[in-house]
Write a protein that binds this ligand. Structure first.
Ligand SMILES: [Zn+2]
Length: 81
């Protein structure tokens, strides 16, 4: 069961998949697609689960080990559990 929204106190959520840009430790920006979030139907506040946050950190960390300087384009990573 979900807690009430921390912003507006609403208890209705919907599940969505979003894309978001993160900055890796080496300064590269990476786009991660299909991140599962719950979205407050009233104010739009997005909440990520602990597991989702952990997995994102792993993807960002792994991505920072790659050298992306030559391409200068933003790589896209799929969120896959
Ligand atoms: Zn809300």
């Amino acid at each position: 069961m979900l807690n009430p929204c921390t912003v507006c106190g609403n208890t209705n959520y919907e599940h969505r998949a979003i894309k978001h840009v993160f900055t890796a430790p080496n300064g590269d920006q990476i786009l991660i697609d299909n991140i599962p979030v719950t979205v407050c139907t009233q104010c739009g506040e997005q909440t990520l689960s602990f597991e989702t946050t952990e997995h994102i950190m792993e993807i960002v960390k792994a991505a920072s080990n790659h050298t992306l300087v030559a391409a200068r384009k933003m790589p896209v990573y799929e969120f896959a559990a």
